[in-house]
Every structure is written in structure tokens, then in C-alpha cells.
Design a protein around this ligand. Structure first.
Ligand code: ZN
Ligand code: ZN
Ligand code: FE
Length: 755
């Protein structure tokens, strides 16, 4: 006679809003077990009663077959006295003050829902808001936890009897699907400024897009601006209205076949495009003249995504659409109807609006595939707010990032919660988005920071905001060096406990150094607590400071000047510079008037791009460097070599002078740009391996972390990894957070926790 036992199970991870309770219910009833399951603020609680063997099977099934959107981080089991329960029940959720649990990101429409969307016999045929337990909005509609309808922006929609029956039936795939709705009881769309709604509004939008108009479309995490990507007049007009320069537009296509007409798509890229995260994936462009040249001028990559909400599925036809964030240049994406109607008024001809509120914005994510793995460029929808699991439990701190590609990080327990991409922290709107998003994170994760961490740069808006926030809340403020934070972010996403320092290769465009110079070509010996600057690119003066970012030819001139290479008019960067500016720059570089010293590797890439004539003026950050990567041969090519000098204070100074001299020689010898670029990338990779080998001799370190915005360049990443592997190093690269400043807050938090 088997004895009856009762177990209490506490499950942590992404276990709410993902169909976990019905899954447990079905499992328990299948095994004829009694007890209950409930959502609590800190996760899912189960009490389960039956004979021992059945309980063990139940536990194993729980661990091995969780619902698709669930992520179990831990299960704690405790035997308790049996109560003689006869049935298994699902309890209503109980809110608690202290604990918290990870929240699911927004999830793309699932195949079951898609079938209904296009089934004319279904009651949700062509309904733009259908969803189920396995798909639909989550993060962007949650106002508070536990994740239950009254705490979402669906609270105002009372379910009709049919929806209500689905919602309460554990066997239904809409059981406790919080955004559950239908045409009778749920949200609807309308087209502003017309009287059209529902199907008529959608038909009018399809027609307007085909006619070349620009439509603001309210989606899941904010507004998009859409136009026909094969129509150059429309695309050019959108570019002009948005003040966008040459920065590429993202595209949305109906299906993979359409994407394949315009780009190469390999196996991993196809899997990522069709994943439930549905990010924008950067893909190698094919020569297809039907795409407007104004979608992504001068770039070899196109960013494509597939429809991820029912609304998108209903709007997409054969032609791909430009689907760019609904904002002006680098402001955050517009969120509510009134805000969109005012902020986007100069940008859109028509507005497709709906009445399901977006509680917080969440932009589209951008990902590149590198060696069959994801390299995040922008982390937002589909990924945020999934936490990074930390190597040890920590107190709650707030880190606010830097300036560009702003995100913040809040830690709690052994999780680091990263905000979605907010925009560039250069304007009031982004600051407002930070405050709103922070308030949201503090509410849903139930935490209050005990200290605040920001960048060293005194001029950043984020530094000033953090100072004020720390003051007002009487919290300690800590300032963290930028490139150290990049290294710490990469260590943290790989779960390193920091007991061993790494060799951190931290290459980016701009970061404030401890000596007041602009750093960006740094090789650090670092753990979480501290760092030593072991090597850096040799300083060159940056004429006019940040103004040189949009003028790569100025960086080319500065580097030629520093290398002692004459400014001969046969060099593309010299012929591209107006004669009077040449005179001014020469004087400026000689006297160092209004020049900031920089060791930036990003700016060296800019300089080389201009020197070889690829780009002299950039309309967005890193444009020249990206184009230099794109033009390169894909195989390494020897020929150039950096000098390694003693830079004082034990630092190695990496001198690019011999590389620049070789490029000039190659230019005069009619060597092709693809080969020059490959040689340059190879030289940077070789230099990394050479410096790391020297440092290994000094310190014994064998682990190299490749981080910073420069490592969005997958060619450099590939070459550097090859060289380092040949030299016997282990290598860390980014997979969870971006190598650019979008990942910085994670590293800031880790450093702030260790100091
Ligand atoms: Zn679904
Ligand atoms: Zn309904
Ligand atoms: Fe950076």
C-alpha cells in the first residue's frame, strides 16, 4: 500500500503569463494527483499530494516538458503534511509586497493563432488582436504583478461570454491568456483622420501604402512609420521628414520568400527571423533593383523582420514595407495615441490607431548572426525584460548607462534586469522614457536601488540625471570608467564570478578616460573590482572634439599628421577636404587648439575609411567604419603591422603610423579597397593577439574578452578570434547584451556592486 505524501514546490523563473498554471493543472490531473497551483509575486507555488512515485514523475515532467515560453531557473521542494485533498485546483493570484518574478517579453503570434486569423469560419477571422497563452503582448501591457488581467492595460475590456469561457477553461489554449479578446469584446483599430475602422481601416492602410503614403502604425511596443520600400518617392520623403541622413531603415516582409528576394538568408538567420522573438536581423543584401535605393544607402546589410502581431500579418502584402521606429532621429519611440498624433504629425500622412494601451515602450530588437550565434546590436522587444542570471545574489543597484543606445540595469536577487533600448540620452524625451521605464521596472520587480551607478563623463545627461536622483533619494553615487564597464558587462553575461581577471579588449568610439582624454582603443586587465590600463591606441588630437565623429576626413588628417605622413593631394581624404579647412586643421593640429586627445579605435576605423576614399562625411555614428567593414574581402590578408611602443606608466602604446604608411603605399600602388580593408582588419586582429600574448607573459591571463561597439564588426571579430585561438587564448564575445553602449549598464552595475 503506497503512502500518500504532500510536497510544496516553489518555482522561480519566467513562469507567469506563459501558461504555467494550466500546464501544471493538466499534468497533475493526468497523474491523478491532488493539491493546487497559484501565482505569487515571487513565482509559482504548487502543493501536490499523492503517492511517492507519482509525485516523482510529476516533478520530472515539470522539469523536462515546461510550456514553450517558460524558463525555469529553480525549483525548491519541501515535504509537508498531507491534507487528504481529493482534487487539483488552480488558485487565484495573490499579490505580495516583497518578492518578484521575471516577466515574459512580448511574443510573436503563434502558428495556432495565425491559422485562426486567416480562417474565414473562425470568430476571430482577421481580428488584429487575437492571441493566446503562447503568444501576444506581455511586458508592454503589464502595469503590475502578478501578471493578471486587472493589472494589465486589458483591464478595461470586459470579456464576452465566449472569451470568458475560454479564459476559465484549463483545457483551452486561451486559459488565463490575459490579453484574450475577440471582435465582440476586445480592442479595435481605426484610421485617423478618417471614419474608417476595423477591416475598412486595414484595407485603406494597405491601399494608402501601395499609393506611396506614409502611415504611422501603432503596434505592440510603440509606433512604426511605414511606407512601401519599393517606392523611392515615399521612402525618400520619409527619410527627409525623419531627419534621418543615410541611416538605414528597417524592413518588414510578409514571409521568408520575400526576404530572400532581397538578401542572403542562411539557416541560423532564418531560424532567428521566424523565432518567437522576431527581431530585426541584419542580412547580406542581394542586388535587387526593385528595392528603393533610399532604404539603406551605401550599406551591404539590410535589416529585415517578419510580422510579429496579427495587425502586421493583415497589413503586409507582396512588397516589403519600411517599418522604422515612430520617432524623430534618436528620440524614443512614440507610445500613446495622443502623443503620436502630436509628435508624429509632421512625419505621417495617416495614423492607424487602436485602443489597447501600451504601458511601456519597447522598440524592435536588432541582431546579427556571427558564426551561427546571435550578436545583439539592440536589445528590446522579445528579449527585455528577461534578466541576466548573475553569479551570486546581490543587493539592488541602479546603473544608468552612458549616452548613446541608452539602457539601464536594475539588480535584484541573482538577476540583472536590463531595460529595453530607450534611445540616445541626448534629449528630454529619452530622459522621460528612462524615468517611466524605471518606475515600471521598480513596480513589477518590486525593488528600490540602494546605490546609483553612472559613467565618469561629467557632461552626459545620464550622469547629471543619476547625480540628481542619488541626491533626491539620499543614495550613494558611483562613477565607473566606460571601458571597464564594457568588460564587466561581458564577464557578467558569461556568469564569471570575477575571481580571476580577464584581458579586456574594449574598443569603441568614445568613452571618458580617467585622465580626461577620450578613450576607445583600450586593453585592460580587469575584474569587477578594478582594472589596469595595460595597452591603448596611441593618442592623436581630435580636431574640434566630437565634431570629428561626423567628419571622418578630420580623423584621417589627424592620424596622417600624427604619423608624419604628408597631406598630399592624391590622397582621397585630402582631396575631399576644402582648401581653407585644410589650412585651419593644419594650424589646429600643430597648436592643438580645441583638440581633445583620443585613443579611439572607432575613430581609427573612420580615419582609414576616409583615407581610402570610402566615406568622408558620416550621417550617423560609425557609418564610415561599417562601410569599411562591408567593402572588405572576407579572408584575412597580411601586409600591415602596428608598432607597439612603451607608452609610459607601463602601458603599451599601439602606434598605427606604420599601418597608415602602408595604406598610403597601397593606394599609390593601385591596390584594391577590398584588399586594403582586409589588410587593415587583419592588422588590428594581429595587434590584439600580439598585445594579449605579451600580457599573458606578464600576468598569466589566458581569457580574452572582446567588447565595445567596434566588435559589432563581425569581420574584425572573426579575424581577432582566429588569431587569438591560434595563440592559445580562450575568448568571450557578446550573446545576451550588445557589445555597444546598450550593454554598458550591466557592467556598471557589476562594478558598482563590487566596490
Ligand atoms: Zn497564439
Ligand atoms: Zn470576446
Ligand atoms: Fe562604449
Amino acid at each position: 500500500m503506497p503512502s500518500t505524501e504532500r510536497w510544496q514546490l516553489r518555482i522561480q523563473g519566467v513562469v507567469q503569463g506563459v501558461g504555467f498554471r494550466p500546464f501544471v493543472y493538466n499534468l497533475a490531473t493526468r497523474h491523478h494527483l491532488a493539491g493546487f497551483v497559484s501565482n505569487n509575486s515571487d513565482g509559482v507555488h504548487i502543493e501536490i499530494e499523492g503517492d511517492h512515485e507519482k509525485l516523482e514523475t510529476f516533478r520530472d515532467d515539470l522539469q523536462t516538458q515546461p510550456p514553450p515560453l517558460a524558463r525555469i531557473d529553480s525549483i525548491v521542494i519541501q515535504p509537508i503534511p498531507a491534507t487528504g485533498d481529493a482534487a487539483f485546483r488552480i488558485h487565484e493570484s495573490a499579490a505580495q509586497a516583497g518578492p518578484s518574478t521575471p516577466v515574459s517579453p512580448d511574443v510573436a503570434t503563434c502558428p495556432d493563432c495565425l491559422r485562426e486569423l486567416f480562417d474565414s469560419a473562425d470568430r476571430r477571422y482577421h481580428y488584429p488582436f487575437l492571441n493566446c497563452t503562447n503568444c501576444g503582448p506581455r511586458f508592454t501591457i503589464i502595469r503590475d504583478i502578478p501578471y493578471d488581467r486587472p493589472f494589465t492595460t486589458m483591464a478595461n475590456f470586459a470579456m464576452c461570454p465566449e472569451c470568458d469561457a475560454e479564459y476559465h477553461d484549463p483545457a483551452n489554449r486561451r486559459f488565463h491568456a490575459q490579453p484574450n479578446a475577440c471582435p465582440q469584446c476586445g480592442p479595435y483599430v481605426w484610421l485617423h483622420p478618417t471614419d474608417l475602422k476595423d477591416e475598412e481601416a486595414l484595407a485603406a492602410v494597405r491601399q494608402s501604402l501601395a499609393d506611396g503614403r506614409i502611415v504611422a502604425i501603432k503596434g505592440i511596443g510603440g509606433f512604426h512609420l511605414a511606407c512601401d520600400a519599393t517606392n523611392s518617392a515615399a521612402t525618400g520623403e520619409l527619410r527627409r521628414r525623419k531627419g534621418r541622413g543615410d541611416k538605414p531603415f528597417a524592413l518588414m516582409a510578409r514571409d521568408l520568400d520575400v526576404i530572400r528576394q532581397f538578401t542572403e538568408v542562411n539557416h541560423e538567420e532564418a531560424a532567428l527571423l521566424t523565432s518567437r522573438e522576431r527581431p530585426i536581423v541584419l542580412l547580406r543584401r542581394k542586388n535587387n533593383p526593385s528595392l528603393s535605393a533610399l532604404v539603406a544607402p551605401g550599406t551591404a546589410l539590410l535589416g529585415f523582420m517578419l510580422p510579429y502581431s496579427p495587425l502586421h500579418h493583415l497589413l503586409l502584402a507582396e512588397r516589403p514595407l519600411v517599418m522604422t521606429s515612430g520617432n524623430l532621429s534618436d528620440e524614443p519611440i512614440a507610445r500613446d495615441n495622443d502623443e503620436a498624433l502630436s509628435r508624429l504629425a509632421p512625419l505621417a500622412d495617416l495614423f492607424l490607431l487602436h485602443n489597447r494601451d501600451i504601458h511601456v515602450v519597447c522598440d524592435d530588437s536588432v541582431i546579427r548572426i556571427h558564426e551561427a550565434r546571435e550578436l545583439p546590436i539592440r536589445r528590446a522587444r522579445g528579449y527585455a525584460p528577461l534578466p541576466v542570471k548573475l553569479p551570486w545574489p546581490v543587493q539592488t543597484v541602479l546603473a544608468v548607462g552612458a549616452e548613446l543606445k541608452s539602457t539601464f540595469c536594475l539588480t535584484k536577487g541573482d538577476y540583472a534586469y536590463m531595460s529595453p533600448h530607450l534611445g540616445d540620452m541626448e534629449n528630454f524625451e529619452t530622459l522621460q522614457a528612462l524615468e517611466r521605464s524605471l518606475a515600471h521596472f521598480r513596480a513589477i520587480f518590486r525593488c528600490s536601488p540602494a546605490r546609483v551607478i553612472c559613467d565618469l563623463h561629467p557632461g552626459y545627461l545620464s550622469t547629471r540625471w543619476a547625480t540628481k536622483f542619488a541626491d533626491e533619494n539620499r543614495l550613494p553615487l558611483m562613477q565607473v570608467q566606460h571601458h571597464h564597464a564594457h568588460v564587466a558587462a561581458l564577464m557578467a553575461e558569461h556568469g564569471l564570478d570575477g575571481s580571476e581577471p580577464v584581458i579586456g579588449v574594449s574598443f569603441d568610439g568614445t568613452g571618458y578616460g580617467t585622465d580626461g582624454a577620450i578613450w576607445g582603443g583600450e586593453i585592460l586587465i580587469a575584474d569587477y573590482a578594478s582594472f589596469r590600463r595595460a595597452a591603448r591606441l596611441k593618442y592623436v588630437p581630435m580636431p574640434g572634439g566630437d565634431a570629428a565623429i561626423k567628419r571622418p576626413y578630420r580623423m584621417a588628417l589627424a592620424h596622417l599628421h600624427a604619423a608624419g605622413i604628408p597631406w598630399d593631394p592624391d590622397l582621397p581624404c585630402i582631396s575631399a577636404t576644402p582648401a581653407d579647412e585644410l589650412r585651419v586643421l593644419k594650424r589646429q593640429l600643430e597648436t592643438r587648439f580645441n583638440c581633445a586627445d583620443t585613443s579611439s579605435m572607432g575613430r581609427l576605423f573612420d580615419a582609414v575609411a576616409s583615407l581610402v576614399g570610402i566615406r568622408h562625411l558620416a550621417s550617423y555614428e560609425a557609418q564610415a567604419a561599417i562601410e569599411l567593414e562591408m567593402v572588405s574581402q572576407s579572408q584575412p590578408a597580411d601586409g600591415y603591422r602596428f608598432d607597439l611602443l612603451e607608452g609610459g606608466e607601463g602601458e603599451v602604446a599601439i602606434d598605427p603610423a606604420p599601418v597608415l604608411q602602408s595604406i598610403v603605399t597601397d593606394l599609390r600602388g593601385q591596390v584594391s579597397r577590398p584588399l586594403i580593408s582586409a589588410r587593415f582588419h587583419t592588422a588590428v586582429a594581429g595587434c590584439i593577439a600580439e598585445v594579449c600574448t605579451r600580457l599573458r607573459k606578464q600576468t598569466g591571463n589566458k581569457l580574452v574578452a572582446l567588447t565595445g561597439g567596434v566588435f559589432q564588426n563581425v569581420l574584425l571579430l572573426k579575424f581577432a578570434k582566429e588569431r587569438l585561438q591560434q595563440a592559445g587564448f580562450s575568448i568571450l564575445t557578446h550573446r545576451l547584451v550588445p557589445p555597444n553602449d546598450g550593454g554598458l549598464a550591466l557592467g556598471q552595475a557589476m562594478i558598482g556592486l563590487k566596490r
